[in-house]
Design a binder for this molecule. Sequence first.
Ligand code: GCW
Length: 703
Amino acid sequence: MLILLKEIHKHLSRNYLVTLALFFTALAAKAENGHELWLRKHNVNPVNVVCSKNSATLNIARQELQQGWQGKTGATIVLTIRSDESIWSDGYKLGASGIQANTELGILYGVYELLRRQQIGQPINDDVSNPSYEYRILDHWDNLNGTIERGYAGNSIFWCNGKDSLAVTEKDELLWREYARANASVGINGSVLNNVNASPKMLTGEYLKKVKTIADVLRPYGIKIYLSVNFSSPVILGGLKTSDPLDTEVITWWKTKVKEIYSLIPNFGGFLVKANSEGQPGPQDFGRTHADGANMMADALKPYGSIVMWRAFVYSPRERDRARQAYAEFLPLDGQFHENVIIQIKNGPIDFQPREPFSPLFGAMKKTSVMAELQITQEYLGQSNQLVFLSTMWEEFLQSDTYKEGAGSTVARCTDGSIFPQKYTAIAGVANIGLDTNWCGHHFAQANWYAFGRSAWNNRLTSENIADEWIRLTFSPHQTDQPMSSNISDWQRLFLFPVKQMMLQSREVTVNYMMPLGLHHIFAGDHHYGPGPWYAPKGLRPDWTPPYYHQADTNGIGFDRTRTGSNAVSQYNEPLRSQFNELETCPEIYLLWFHHVPWNYKMKNGRILWDEICYHYDTGVQQVRQFQKIWNQVQPYIDEQRFTEVQSKLRRQCRDAQIWKDGCLLYFQKFSRRPIPLDIEHPVYDLNDLKKMDFSTIKTLEE
Ligand code: GCW
């Protein structure tokens, strides 16, 4: 990979002077702050839109066409709502002269696809496009005081503190409309408005009134509202003595609450619940099961055709291996959940780490609807300081073979209804959106929002495809920036190509400098930013400290999850179970996830494990430095604001990658007692200094 990066760099240098001259005026291109996302304004041609119906959604469709048409001047485009067997749900059929769909929303999605293709220069053949998942949802971990759990792009766009916290201004509504439009343009059709660590206040009348206002703004764009609910709400809000899900008063309380919600929001989508996890209340507090709790809520929602997304993110401090727990608790309940319950499972068995094998629950539950929960916000992947395109990670996950019904039973197929005919199919992503002007903190983090929507619509899209589209939409030169548009092929060669390669490699690069070879959860502190393989404050529960996960000692490193260890391998179907279990057949990317491996273990390339770890960390650092060079060389093709903002983030990423490498190598070296290979750069930081740093605050390290 490094060689490829060097090639790109060489290639760029050769052309640098020529292009600099050619595109110099591009520097004066319109300032862009990123707020328009992938929906930037451009020159349009007049178009004649024919549609026999009017509605809020269809009016948006019409307006989008008129404001974004780049096809033939004066063309006529017909929007037809007519059912067709080949079209499913809100899918659509695109043709040269029009769009056909079963639903109004299908028309709107078709319009966005048509405009996208015009903009990126893709042909329109009689194509049918149907969504892979019926529910494509953003989970906002927004607190009602405006802060966002694991948010790195400013405060909530929905909630705020202070005496006017429930007032809604025109500015709020405009922002919500922009948000809804961006989501609809990539096919997202649901938003959970509040944190899964849910405040009971969410369900009070005054907050529900604000939810109604938000729902009204989002509705024409096809975005349904969902709420995270606190299991103790009947006691805290309703004054009941218990929140036991089998208690008749509790059941009535939820039914009445649901009725109240529907009187305000007729298209309300349902609940998301984090129960008996990390201190949240749940049915187990009353000796009941997850199924008892989920079914009680599902029954209250059923008359309205809506769903409960019940999270499988559970683990207790007493268990020997956290990676086993979701499976151990949920599999025995398979078959007990009511039809409108969907179990929401994180992609990996632990917690959104830079690399995890897929959660074995995906290949296990057969009688229950399951959905994947991805994390768009980069809690564990550099937050909004680092350029990491997550699409490749999600692709790896969705295409992982669970062998549930033999080879080819990918996670994608286990969740989209192709293997198991689950009544509801869904996918969720934890949002990375906040009040920052560019919405996501890092300009490239927008690509993760985009990629989530696109993959939720079509779980077979490749990351390369998605990155290509996103770069073209987000950065392609405006037609008015003359020298650029006349040299579009240079733009493709000198901007699109290198930037795309950088994005496609970025997740693996991050794995290299953070947690290669299956290492996981070795962060310093609860902020989950910098390295902290040493982090183990007295009294903290062991499964919240890195030594629990890396298990480094003088013999070796890694968590033994083999048959003779925690036996987490047994949760996978064959042939994975045996493959993961054997040191020789375990893929090296998961080596230290499944095995405790001696420092001198011979890797496939002949190096010993310790050396291989060193090379991975070092390669990661070099790769990020290469990103910096690539970015500096694409400057002629991009507006100054976005160029400088990304440049400064890459500077920080380079430094932080170095900190990761130095911190981890110096610490693990205490156990390996081996030298760092002489042909790689040796650490520049001192371990004791790094141990004292608080990586969550920029100030400690900056300048
Ligand atoms: O990844 C962990 C996060 C918590 C989060 C939790 C969860 C919302 O560190 O901040 O809480 O997962 O998914 O519930």
